[in-house]
Design a protein around this ligand. Sequence first.
Ligand code: GLU
Length: 439
Amino acid sequence: MTTTRFAPSPTGYLHVGNLRTALFNWLIARKQGGTFILRLDDTDPERSKQEYADAIKEDLEWLGLTWNRVETQSARLDRYAAAADDLREKGRFYECFETPTELDLKRKKQLNMGRPPVYDRAALQLTEAEKAALRAERPGHWRFLLDQERIEWEDGILGPISIDAASVSDPVLIRGDGQVLYTLASVVDDTEMGITDVVRGSDHVTNTATQIQIIEALGGTPPRFAHHSLLTGPQGEALSKRLGTLALRDLRENGIEPMALLSLMARLGSADPVELRDSHDELIEGFDITRFGAAPTKFDVEDLGPLTARHLHSLPLAAVADEVAALGVPDALAERFWNVVRENISKRAEIAGWWEILSTGAQPLVDPEDAEFVTEALALLPEPPFDDTTWSNWTGAVKDATGRKGKGLFMPLRKALTGRQKGPEMADFVALMQAKPRL
Ligand code: GLU
Protein backbone atom coordinates (compact mmCIF):
# COMPACT_ATOMS: atom_id res chain seq x y z
CA MET A 1 0.00 0.00 0.00
CA THR A 2 1.24 3.47 -0.86
CA THR A 3 2.36 5.41 2.18
CA THR A 4 3.92 8.84 1.98
CA ARG A 5 4.93 11.37 4.53
CA PHE A 6 5.48 15.09 4.82
CA ALA A 7 8.24 15.62 7.35
CA PRO A 8 8.66 19.27 8.24
CA SER A 9 10.79 20.40 11.16
CA PRO A 10 8.65 22.51 13.47
CA THR A 11 11.25 25.25 13.50
CA GLY A 12 9.37 27.83 11.44
CA TYR A 13 6.27 28.47 9.39
CA LEU A 14 5.53 26.57 6.20
CA HIS A 15 6.22 28.47 2.98
CA VAL A 16 5.52 27.82 -0.68
CA GLY A 17 8.68 25.70 -1.00
CA ASN A 18 7.52 23.34 1.75
CA LEU A 19 4.06 23.29 0.27
CA ARG A 20 5.38 21.78 -2.92
CA THR A 21 6.81 18.86 -0.94
CA ALA A 22 3.69 18.44 1.16
CA LEU A 23 1.37 18.61 -1.81
CA PHE A 24 3.25 16.11 -3.98
CA ASN A 25 3.37 13.56 -1.18
CA TRP A 26 -0.28 14.14 -0.35
CA LEU A 27 -1.32 13.81 -4.00
CA ILE A 28 0.57 10.54 -4.44
CA ALA A 29 -1.03 9.02 -1.35
CA ARG A 30 -4.52 10.21 -2.25
CA LYS A 31 -4.21 9.12 -5.86
CA GLN A 32 -3.35 5.60 -4.76
CA GLY A 33 -5.88 5.53 -1.95
CA GLY A 34 -2.91 5.25 0.40
CA THR A 35 -1.80 6.80 3.67
CA PHE A 36 -0.37 10.26 4.16
CA ILE A 37 1.57 10.78 7.37
CA LEU A 38 2.39 14.15 8.86
CA ARG A 39 5.72 13.56 10.53
CA LEU A 40 7.15 16.25 12.74
CA ASP A 41 10.95 16.14 12.51
CA ASP A 42 11.45 17.55 15.97
CA THR A 43 14.65 15.87 17.15
CA ASP A 44 16.27 19.26 17.65
CA PRO A 45 14.87 20.26 21.05
CA GLU A 46 16.28 23.75 20.92
CA ARG A 47 14.79 24.83 17.62
CA SER A 48 11.57 22.81 17.59
CA LYS A 49 8.57 24.65 19.01
CA GLN A 50 5.03 23.50 19.73
CA GLU A 51 3.81 26.78 18.31
CA TYR A 52 5.30 25.89 14.92
CA ALA A 53 3.94 22.35 15.06
CA ASP A 54 0.45 23.81 15.65
CA ALA A 55 0.96 26.34 12.85
CA ILE A 56 2.00 23.60 10.40
CA LYS A 57 -1.21 21.70 11.11
CA GLU A 58 -3.27 24.83 10.82
CA ASP A 59 -1.75 25.71 7.44
CA LEU A 60 -2.24 22.21 6.05
CA GLU A 61 -5.83 22.17 7.30
CA TRP A 62 -6.47 25.50 5.61
CA LEU A 63 -5.42 23.88 2.35
CA GLY A 64 -7.38 20.70 3.03
CA LEU A 65 -4.22 18.57 2.92
CA THR A 66 -5.47 16.18 5.55
CA TRP A 67 -3.27 13.51 7.06
CA ASN A 68 -4.11 10.00 8.19
CA ARG A 69 -1.97 10.31 11.27
CA VAL A 70 0.69 12.40 12.95
CA GLU A 71 4.03 10.99 14.02
CA THR A 72 6.45 12.83 16.23
CA GLN A 73 10.13 11.98 16.17
CA SER A 74 10.81 13.15 19.72
CA ALA A 75 8.48 10.35 20.88
CA ARG A 76 10.53 7.72 19.04
CA LEU A 77 14.02 8.24 20.47
CA ASP A 78 14.12 4.65 21.74
CA ARG A 79 13.68 3.42 18.14
CA TYR A 80 16.63 5.48 16.98
CA ALA A 81 18.77 4.22 19.88
CA ALA A 82 17.90 0.64 18.90
CA ALA A 83 18.87 1.31 15.29
CA ALA A 84 22.15 2.85 16.44
CA ASP A 85 22.90 -0.31 18.45
CA ASP A 86 22.10 -2.42 15.43
CA LEU A 87 24.50 -0.42 13.26
CA ARG A 88 27.19 -0.67 15.94
CA GLU A 89 26.81 -4.44 16.09
CA LYS A 90 27.06 -4.63 12.33
CA GLY A 91 30.28 -2.63 12.34
CA ARG A 92 28.72 0.24 10.39
CA PHE A 93 28.88 2.84 13.15
CA TYR A 94 32.03 4.42 14.55
CA GLU A 95 32.82 6.97 17.18
CA CYS A 96 34.72 10.12 16.27
CA PHE A 97 36.15 12.90 18.40
CA GLU A 98 37.20 15.70 16.08
CA THR A 99 36.02 19.13 17.14
CA PRO A 100 34.26 21.34 14.59
CA THR A 101 37.46 23.39 14.34
CA GLU A 102 39.56 20.31 13.60
CA LEU A 103 37.10 19.17 10.94
CA ASP A 104 37.14 22.60 9.40
CA LEU A 105 40.92 22.58 9.24
CA LYS A 106 40.92 19.16 7.57
CA ARG A 107 38.45 20.37 4.97
CA LYS A 108 40.52 23.46 4.23
CA LYS A 109 43.67 21.36 3.78
CA GLN A 110 41.87 19.01 1.41
CA LEU A 111 40.49 21.87 -0.63
CA ASN A 112 43.95 23.48 -0.80
CA MET A 113 45.30 20.26 -2.23
CA GLY A 114 42.48 20.20 -4.75
CA ARG A 115 40.79 17.24 -3.11
CA PRO A 116 37.10 16.93 -2.25
CA PRO A 117 36.46 17.73 1.43
CA VAL A 118 35.43 14.23 2.40
CA TYR A 119 35.95 13.06 6.01
CA ASP A 120 39.21 11.07 6.09
CA ARG A 121 38.01 8.40 8.54
CA ALA A 122 40.93 9.11 10.87
CA ALA A 123 38.79 7.97 13.79
CA LEU A 124 38.80 4.42 12.43
CA GLN A 125 42.52 4.23 13.29
CA LEU A 126 42.05 5.09 16.97
CA THR A 127 42.92 2.37 19.47
CA GLU A 128 40.58 1.62 22.38
CA ALA A 129 43.01 3.35 24.73
CA GLU A 130 43.12 6.47 22.55
CA LYS A 131 39.34 6.53 22.38
CA ALA A 132 39.04 6.20 26.14
CA ALA A 133 41.44 9.10 26.60
CA LEU A 134 39.54 11.26 24.13
CA ARG A 135 36.20 10.32 25.68
CA ALA A 136 37.46 11.67 29.00
CA GLU A 137 37.95 15.04 27.30
CA ARG A 138 34.78 15.28 25.20
CA PRO A 139 31.87 13.10 24.16
CA GLY A 140 32.21 11.31 20.85
CA HIS A 141 29.90 11.65 17.87
CA TRP A 142 28.92 8.75 15.65
CA ARG A 143 29.30 8.28 11.93
CA PHE A 144 27.84 5.71 9.60
CA LEU A 145 30.50 3.81 7.66
CA LEU A 146 29.54 4.09 4.01
CA ASP A 147 30.36 1.28 1.61
CA GLN A 148 32.52 3.02 -0.92
CA GLU A 149 30.68 1.95 -4.01
CA ARG A 150 28.26 3.65 -6.37
CA ILE A 151 24.79 4.25 -4.99
CA GLU A 152 22.14 4.17 -7.67
CA TRP A 153 18.43 4.69 -7.88
CA GLU A 154 15.78 5.51 -10.41
CA ASP A 155 14.50 8.90 -9.35
CA GLY A 156 10.83 9.60 -10.01
CA ILE A 157 11.68 13.04 -11.39
CA LEU A 158 15.42 13.11 -12.06
CA GLY A 159 15.66 9.71 -13.72
CA PRO A 160 18.64 7.39 -13.10
CA ILE A 161 20.98 8.75 -10.42
CA SER A 162 24.39 7.39 -9.57
CA ILE A 163 26.49 8.79 -6.75
CA ASP A 164 29.94 7.59 -5.76
CA ALA A 165 29.83 7.01 -2.01
CA ALA A 166 33.57 7.71 -1.88
CA SER A 167 32.81 11.33 -2.72
CA VAL A 168 30.56 11.70 0.32
CA SER A 169 31.59 11.98 3.98
CA ASP A 170 30.41 9.27 6.31
CA PRO A 171 27.33 10.98 7.74
CA VAL A 172 27.21 11.89 11.42
CA LEU A 173 24.06 10.29 12.82
CA ILE A 174 24.43 11.07 16.52
CA ARG A 175 26.01 14.23 17.85
CA GLY A 176 28.42 14.47 20.78
CA ASP A 177 25.61 15.66 23.03
CA GLY A 178 23.59 12.58 22.13
CA GLN A 179 21.17 14.31 19.81
CA VAL A 180 19.97 12.02 17.04
CA LEU A 181 20.33 13.73 13.69
CA TYR A 182 17.81 13.93 10.89
CA THR A 183 19.39 11.24 8.71
CA LEU A 184 19.10 8.47 11.30
CA ALA A 185 15.65 9.45 12.54
CA SER A 186 14.41 9.78 9.00
CA VAL A 187 15.59 6.37 7.76
CA VAL A 188 14.34 4.58 10.85
CA ASP A 189 10.94 6.19 10.46
CA ASP A 190 10.75 5.66 6.72
CA THR A 191 11.52 1.97 7.24
CA GLU A 192 9.35 1.31 10.28
CA MET A 193 6.41 3.32 8.97
CA GLY A 194 6.47 1.47 5.68
CA ILE A 195 6.98 4.60 3.59
CA THR A 196 6.81 3.59 -0.06
CA ASP A 197 7.38 6.95 -1.76
CA VAL A 198 9.50 9.89 -0.68
CA VAL A 199 9.25 13.17 -2.54
CA ARG A 200 11.44 16.00 -1.33
CA GLY A 201 13.54 18.86 -2.63
CA SER A 202 16.58 18.27 -4.81
CA ASP A 203 18.73 19.66 -1.97
CA HIS A 204 18.29 16.18 -0.46
CA VAL A 205 19.80 14.16 -3.32
CA THR A 206 23.10 13.46 -1.53
CA ASN A 207 21.24 12.63 1.68
CA THR A 208 19.24 10.11 -0.28
CA ALA A 209 22.39 8.35 -1.41
CA THR A 210 23.59 7.86 2.17
CA GLN A 211 20.10 7.04 3.41
CA ILE A 212 19.78 4.21 0.91
CA GLN A 213 22.88 2.57 2.39
CA ILE A 214 21.71 3.09 5.97
CA ILE A 215 18.28 1.65 5.22
CA GLU A 216 19.89 -1.38 3.63
CA ALA A 217 22.31 -1.78 6.54
CA LEU A 218 19.30 -1.82 8.87
CA GLY A 219 17.70 -4.55 6.77
CA GLY A 220 15.05 -2.33 5.20
CA THR A 221 14.05 -1.70 1.59
CA PRO A 222 14.51 1.84 0.29
CA PRO A 223 11.33 3.62 -0.80
CA ARG A 224 10.92 5.12 -4.26
CA PHE A 225 12.52 8.55 -4.29
CA ALA A 226 11.66 11.61 -6.32
CA HIS A 227 13.42 14.95 -5.92
CA HIS A 228 11.61 18.02 -7.12
CA SER A 229 13.46 21.10 -8.26
CA LEU A 230 13.71 24.08 -5.98
CA LEU A 231 11.64 27.20 -6.51
CA THR A 232 13.22 30.40 -7.75
CA GLY A 233 11.78 33.87 -8.09
CA PRO A 234 10.22 35.03 -11.37
CA GLN A 235 13.62 36.03 -12.81
CA GLY A 236 15.25 32.80 -11.75
CA GLU A 237 16.73 34.41 -8.63
CA ALA A 238 17.19 32.31 -5.51
CA LEU A 239 14.06 32.31 -3.41
CA SER A 240 15.64 31.04 -0.22
CA LYS A 241 15.96 34.51 1.33
CA ARG A 242 12.44 35.51 0.34
CA LEU A 243 10.77 32.32 1.49
CA GLY A 244 10.21 33.90 4.89
CA THR A 245 7.85 36.36 3.21
CA LEU A 246 6.10 33.59 1.32
CA ALA A 247 4.75 31.85 4.38
CA LEU A 248 1.44 30.10 3.81
CA ARG A 249 -0.13 32.05 6.64
CA ASP A 250 0.79 35.34 4.97
CA LEU A 251 -0.81 34.21 1.73
CA ARG A 252 -3.92 33.27 3.71
CA GLU A 253 -3.93 36.68 5.42
CA ASN A 254 -3.71 38.28 1.99
CA GLY A 255 -6.85 36.53 0.86
CA ILE A 256 -5.29 33.90 -1.40
CA GLU A 257 -7.71 31.01 -1.90
CA PRO A 258 -6.53 27.46 -1.13
CA MET A 259 -7.66 26.11 -4.50
CA ALA A 260 -5.79 28.88 -6.33
CA LEU A 261 -2.58 28.09 -4.47
CA LEU A 262 -2.98 24.33 -4.82
CA SER A 263 -3.85 24.54 -8.51
CA LEU A 264 -0.70 26.52 -9.18
CA MET A 265 1.60 24.35 -7.08
CA ALA A 266 0.24 21.07 -8.43
CA ARG A 267 1.33 22.06 -11.94
CA LEU A 268 4.16 24.57 -11.68
CA GLY A 269 7.36 23.01 -13.01
CA SER A 270 5.54 20.28 -14.90
CA ALA A 271 5.02 19.82 -18.62
CA ASP A 272 1.30 20.52 -18.15
CA PRO A 273 -0.24 23.99 -18.03
CA VAL A 274 -1.52 25.50 -14.80
CA GLU A 275 -5.25 25.01 -14.71
CA LEU A 276 -7.58 26.26 -12.06
CA ARG A 277 -9.21 23.28 -10.38
CA ASP A 278 -12.37 23.45 -8.33
CA SER A 279 -11.72 20.53 -6.05
CA HIS A 280 -9.07 18.37 -4.49
CA ASP A 281 -10.40 15.41 -6.47
CA GLU A 282 -9.66 17.15 -9.75
CA LEU A 283 -6.14 17.97 -8.58
CA ILE A 284 -5.57 14.36 -7.60
CA GLU A 285 -6.86 13.07 -10.88
CA GLY A 286 -4.67 15.37 -12.97
CA PHE A 287 -1.46 14.77 -11.01
CA ASP A 288 1.45 12.83 -12.46
CA ILE A 289 4.86 13.20 -10.85
CA THR A 290 6.66 11.99 -13.98
CA ARG A 291 5.49 15.17 -15.74
CA PHE A 292 7.76 17.30 -13.55
CA GLY A 293 11.19 18.43 -14.68
CA ALA A 294 14.56 18.83 -13.01
CA ALA A 295 15.06 22.48 -13.95
CA PRO A 296 14.54 25.10 -11.23
CA THR A 297 10.91 26.16 -11.12
CA LYS A 298 10.00 29.83 -11.37
CA PHE A 299 7.42 30.96 -8.88
CA ASP A 300 5.73 34.34 -9.04
CA VAL A 301 3.55 35.18 -6.06
CA GLU A 302 1.70 37.65 -8.32
CA ASP A 303 0.13 34.72 -10.17
CA LEU A 304 -1.93 33.89 -7.11
CA GLY A 305 -4.09 37.02 -7.19
CA PRO A 306 -5.69 36.41 -10.61
CA LEU A 307 -6.12 32.71 -9.87
CA THR A 308 -7.84 33.58 -6.61
CA ALA A 309 -10.18 35.99 -8.39
CA ARG A 310 -11.03 33.45 -11.07
CA HIS A 311 -11.71 30.84 -8.43
CA LEU A 312 -14.08 33.16 -6.58
CA HIS A 313 -15.89 34.10 -9.78
CA SER A 314 -16.71 30.47 -10.40
CA LEU A 315 -18.00 29.61 -6.91
CA PRO A 316 -21.64 28.68 -6.38
CA LEU A 317 -23.51 30.29 -3.50
CA ALA A 318 -23.18 27.10 -1.48
CA ALA A 319 -19.43 27.68 -1.21
CA VAL A 320 -19.91 31.06 0.47
CA ALA A 321 -23.39 30.70 1.96
CA ASP A 322 -22.20 30.80 5.57
CA GLU A 323 -20.18 33.95 5.08
CA VAL A 324 -22.98 35.61 3.15
CA ALA A 325 -25.48 34.76 5.88
CA ALA A 326 -23.07 35.98 8.56
CA LEU A 327 -23.01 39.39 6.86
CA GLY A 328 -26.75 39.65 7.43
CA VAL A 329 -27.82 39.06 3.84
CA PRO A 330 -31.40 37.71 4.07
CA ASP A 331 -31.71 34.14 2.76
CA ALA A 332 -34.19 35.25 0.11
CA LEU A 333 -31.62 37.62 -1.39
CA ALA A 334 -28.52 35.46 -0.96
CA GLU A 335 -28.49 33.87 -4.42
CA ARG A 336 -29.04 37.16 -6.23
CA PHE A 337 -26.55 38.95 -4.00
CA TRP A 338 -23.85 36.40 -4.76
CA ASN A 339 -24.51 36.47 -8.48
CA VAL A 340 -24.21 40.24 -8.44
CA VAL A 341 -20.96 40.47 -6.45
CA ARG A 342 -18.94 37.40 -7.29
CA GLU A 343 -17.57 38.75 -10.57
CA ASN A 344 -16.64 41.93 -8.77
CA ILE A 345 -14.39 40.69 -6.02
CA SER A 346 -10.79 39.59 -6.10
CA LYS A 347 -10.75 38.41 -2.49
CA ARG A 348 -13.35 36.84 -0.22
CA ALA A 349 -13.04 39.71 2.25
CA GLU A 350 -14.45 42.05 -0.39
CA ILE A 351 -17.89 40.42 -0.22
CA ALA A 352 -18.60 42.38 2.95
CA GLY A 353 -17.93 45.73 1.29
CA TRP A 354 -20.60 45.10 -1.34
CA TRP A 355 -23.19 44.16 1.25
CA GLU A 356 -22.33 47.24 3.25
CA ILE A 357 -23.01 49.41 0.20
CA LEU A 358 -26.23 47.60 -0.60
CA SER A 359 -27.55 47.56 2.94
CA THR A 360 -26.58 51.01 4.20
CA GLY A 361 -26.19 52.96 0.97
CA ALA A 362 -23.03 53.93 -0.90
CA GLN A 363 -20.85 56.91 -0.25
CA PRO A 364 -21.35 58.37 -3.74
CA LEU A 365 -18.40 59.07 -5.98
CA VAL A 366 -19.20 62.33 -7.75
CA ASP A 367 -16.97 64.24 -10.16
CA PRO A 368 -17.28 68.01 -9.72
CA GLU A 369 -18.73 68.48 -13.20
CA ASP A 370 -21.47 65.93 -12.39
CA ALA A 371 -22.45 67.34 -8.99
CA GLU A 372 -25.58 69.12 -10.11
CA PHE A 373 -26.64 66.29 -12.37
CA VAL A 374 -26.28 63.71 -9.61
CA THR A 375 -28.27 65.82 -7.13
CA GLU A 376 -31.05 66.16 -9.66
CA ALA A 377 -30.98 62.47 -10.49
CA LEU A 378 -31.01 61.30 -6.87
CA ALA A 379 -34.02 63.52 -6.21
CA LEU A 380 -35.80 61.42 -8.82
CA LEU A 381 -34.84 58.10 -7.20
CA PRO A 382 -37.84 56.65 -5.33
CA GLU A 383 -37.56 55.25 -1.81
CA PRO A 384 -36.74 51.57 -1.35
CA PRO A 385 -37.79 48.80 -1.68
CA PHE A 386 -36.48 48.55 -5.21
CA ASP A 387 -37.07 45.88 -7.81
CA ASP A 388 -35.94 44.76 -11.24
CA THR A 389 -37.59 47.70 -12.94
CA THR A 390 -36.21 50.45 -10.70
CA TRP A 391 -33.01 51.07 -12.65
CA SER A 392 -34.58 51.34 -16.09
CA ASN A 393 -37.51 53.41 -14.85
CA TRP A 394 -35.25 55.76 -12.96
CA THR A 395 -32.61 56.21 -15.66
CA GLY A 396 -35.45 56.81 -18.14
CA ALA A 397 -36.82 59.55 -15.91
CA VAL A 398 -33.35 61.05 -15.38
CA LYS A 399 -32.71 61.02 -19.11
CA ASP A 400 -35.99 62.85 -19.77
CA ALA A 401 -35.32 65.41 -17.06
CA THR A 402 -31.66 66.15 -17.91
CA GLY A 403 -31.29 65.28 -21.57
CA ARG A 404 -28.18 63.17 -20.77
CA LYS A 405 -27.72 59.81 -22.38
CA GLY A 406 -25.27 56.97 -22.91
CA LYS A 407 -22.08 56.98 -20.86
CA GLY A 408 -22.67 60.54 -19.66
CA LEU A 409 -25.91 59.37 -18.12
CA PHE A 410 -24.99 55.95 -16.80
CA MET A 411 -21.44 56.40 -15.52
CA PRO A 412 -22.16 59.19 -12.99
CA LEU A 413 -25.22 57.24 -11.79
CA ARG A 414 -23.19 54.07 -11.33
CA LYS A 415 -20.59 56.00 -9.33
CA ALA A 416 -23.27 57.69 -7.25
CA LEU A 417 -25.09 54.47 -6.41
CA THR A 418 -22.10 52.20 -5.87
CA GLY A 419 -19.39 54.64 -4.85
CA ARG A 420 -17.11 52.84 -7.32
CA GLN A 421 -15.96 53.17 -10.91
CA LYS A 422 -16.65 49.59 -11.82
CA GLY A 423 -19.03 46.97 -10.61
CA PRO A 424 -22.05 44.83 -11.24
CA GLU A 425 -24.80 45.10 -13.80
CA MET A 426 -26.71 48.11 -12.45
CA ALA A 427 -30.26 46.81 -12.90
CA ASP A 428 -29.39 43.76 -10.78
CA PHE A 429 -27.55 45.86 -8.27
CA VAL A 430 -30.29 48.41 -7.75
CA ALA A 431 -32.86 45.66 -7.27
CA LEU A 432 -30.83 44.58 -4.23
CA MET A 433 -30.27 48.04 -2.76
CA GLN A 434 -31.79 48.37 0.69
CA ALA A 435 -30.97 52.04 1.05
CA LYS A 436 -30.29 55.09 -1.06
CA PRO A 437 -26.79 56.53 -1.30
CA ARG A 438 -25.63 58.53 1.69
CA LEU A 439 -25.40 62.07 0.44
N1 GLU B 1 12.74 17.68 7.92
C1 GLU B 1 13.34 17.49 6.63
C2 GLU B 1 13.22 18.76 5.82
O1 GLU B 1 12.29 19.51 6.03
C3 GLU B 1 12.67 16.34 5.93
C4 GLU B 1 13.29 15.97 4.64
C5 GLU B 1 12.71 14.65 4.15
O2 GLU B 1 11.66 14.71 3.55
O3 GLU B 1 13.30 13.64 4.40
O4 GLU B 1 14.06 19.05 5.00
